[in-house]
Every structure is written in C-alpha cells, then in structure tokens.
Write a protein that binds this ligand. Structure first.
Ligand code: HEM
Length: 284
C-alpha cells in the first residue's frame, strides 16, 4: 500500500493488515474531525491563533474571502492533523518502551541515571531547563535512539530530477530509502555497535555529555522529522519522570526471551517484541 501506491485500493484492502489499518485510520480521522470542529466553533478570528488548527482556519478564511481556499480545504486539514498524530505518537511511545527495556536489562545504567536525577533535581517536577545538567540521562537516551533504530530506513522519497551520488546516477522518479541503520551500526562510527554503551556519548576527559553528529534518528535535510524538538522534549520529560518515581526490572520471561524481544517484529517502525516489565515504586 505504501510502497506500491499505484495498486488499486480494492486490491490492497484485501490484505488483512491493510483492512485493520484502514479501520484504525477511519477511527482516528473521525476523532480528528470532532476535535477540529470543536476548535472551529470556539475560534475567535480576531485573535492570534493559539494552535496549528486555528492558524490553518485563519488562512483558509483569508483565502475564502479572496476567491477560493485552493489546497487549504477541510480534508487536507484533517489529513495533516492525522499525519501529526500518526507520526508523533507511535514513534515517541516506542522509543520510550525501548528506553525502559534497556533500563531493565542494564540496571547499572538505570541506577546511574537515577542517582544523577536524585542529586540534580530530587523529587521536584522536571523541566527542560534541567536537561543540560543531566549528562548520563542524555547519553542514555542517545544510545537508546542509536541502538533502537526506530525508523531504520527512514521514509521513502521520490527523486524529482536526475542526480549523481558518489558517481552513481539516480534517475527522476526513483524511490530512495535513506539507510539510517547503516550509519548507527557502522563500527567505524560507533565501536561495538551491537553493544548498549551509553558512555560512548560521554566525554572521557570531562565526564560530560557529548553529542555525535552521526546520531541521526530523525534523518537529515529539509524533510527531516518535523517533530524532532517535540519528540526530544517528550522523551526527556517522560523518561526522567518515570525514573524519578520507579525502578524497572525484566520479568523472568523477558530475561529468557531477551534476544527475541530485542530483535522485535518486522515493520517500518522498529518496536521491541511483546514483553512485560516489573515496575517497583521508589521510596520517596
Ligand atoms: C522519537 C520520535 C521520532 C522519531 C525517531 C522520528 C523519526 C522520523 C523520521 C526518520 C522521519 C523521516 C524523515 C525523512 O523523510 O527524511 C520523520 C518524518 C516526520 N516526522 Fe518524525 N519522528 C519522531 C517523532 C515525531 C513527532 C513527535 C512528530 C509530530 C508531532 C513527528 C512528525 C513527523 C512528520 C510530520 C514527518 C514528515 C516530515 C516531512 O516529510 O517533511 N515525528 N520522523
């Protein structure tokens, strides 16, 4: 369906997974429509838009008054909101699942992150201002994103005009899949790439967090992830809050099926295999 969009819809709909996908898509689209209608009802056109939907509606009305909405129609609004929901929820939630799984399998790093959080912010609510002081947490999250390879082949792009890449001609209309996995797992860029080693993002001299330009989970270029800033904020706030309050441990089943869980099922988004964790409330 995604890779062969020219196939007739009735043919792709025959696949059971596509049927389920279309059903969920309809459910989310109806939900988006209701939310948009509620915003539309309460939106005061004379004030500054306070969200994406209000900004879109403002532009739509402006165009309406000067002849026609063009591509700013209602369907495009619903589909754009749907895109943001789909691209923004599964990705961040699954990265957090990976982070908690690696916490469980590596209690030494989990404890190091917790100790840093306890020393730096204690029990108060975390804010983005705390990020710069939490070196181990940043390194842990970076290593999670590297090894999880959440979107290993990024998103497919169509080549609009003939180009040459490293002497290789690429013709217009070719489908291109950037292989982010190959960068994250390149032993020349990240030694022992299959090992979970958050310390690779810590400067050995200073003991502080050191970002790597080769960590590219959000891809690169003009069409890189639009939600990167939001995703980074969500990952940091949720992860720190969870570690502040809980300790995570693998179940016996999880320990036994470790390799299978870390491999996960096939998919555009790489998720861990089904598993449960034991969650211990930390003493306040
Ligand atoms: C950890 C979380 C996330 C990861 C790893 C991730 C990764 C990616 C990747 C690899 C792409 C493809 C970029 C390309 O085409 O070259 C992408 C595109 C996109 N992402 Fe994310 N993403 C995440 C979270 C989010 C969030 C929170 C949102 C929105 C709220 C979002 C919205 C989008 C959109 C709209 C695109 C398409 C951008 C375009 O085509 O111009 N993503 N993301």
């Amino acid at each position: 369906m995604f890779f062969f969009p020219q196939l007739p819809a009735w043919l792709t709909a025959l696949a059971p997974s596509t049927g389920r996908y279309l059903q969920s898509e309809k459910w989310i689209m109806d939900h988006c429509r209701e939310k948009i209608q509620a915003i539309d009802r309460n939106y005061d056109e004379s004030s500054e838009p306070s969200c994406f939907v209000e900004a879109y509606l403002q532009e739509q009305r402006l165009r309406q008054s000067s002849g026609g909405v063009g591509s700013f129609d209602n369907l495009q609004l619903v589909r754009t909101v749907l895109d943001l929901y789909l691209a923004g929820s599964e990705t961040t939630a699954t990265t957090l699942r990976w982070a908690l799984l690696y916490c469980s399998f590596h209690p030494e790093y989990q404890e190091a992150c917790h100790a840093e959080i306890a020393a730096s912010i204690g029990l108060r609510e975390v804010s983005m201002k705390d990020k710069r002081g939490l070196h181990k947490v940043q390194a842990f999250l970076d290593e999670t994103q590297r090894i999880a390879n959440l979107v290993p082949m990024s998103v497919e792009h169509r080549v609009s005009e003939a180009v040459e890449l490293d002497g290789l001609p690429i013709s217009p209309d070719s489908l291109v899949l950037p292989n982010l996995y190959s960068v994250h797992m390149d032993p020349e860029l990240f030694s022992e790439p299959h090992e979970f080693k958050p310390d690779r993002f810590i400067d050995p001299e200073t003991g502080t967090y050191k970002a790597s330009e080769y960590l590219i989970p959000f891809s690169l270029g003009k069409r890189a992830c639009l939600g990167e800033t939001l995703a980074r904020m969500e990952l940091f706030i949720f992860f720190v809050t969870l570690l502040q309050k809980f300790r995570f441990e693998p179940t016996e089943d999880c320990r036994l099926r470790r390799d299978e869980i870390l491999l996960g099922p096939d998919g555009v988004v790489r998720a861990p295999g089904d598993h449960s964790l034991v969650v211990h409330k930390r003493r306040l």
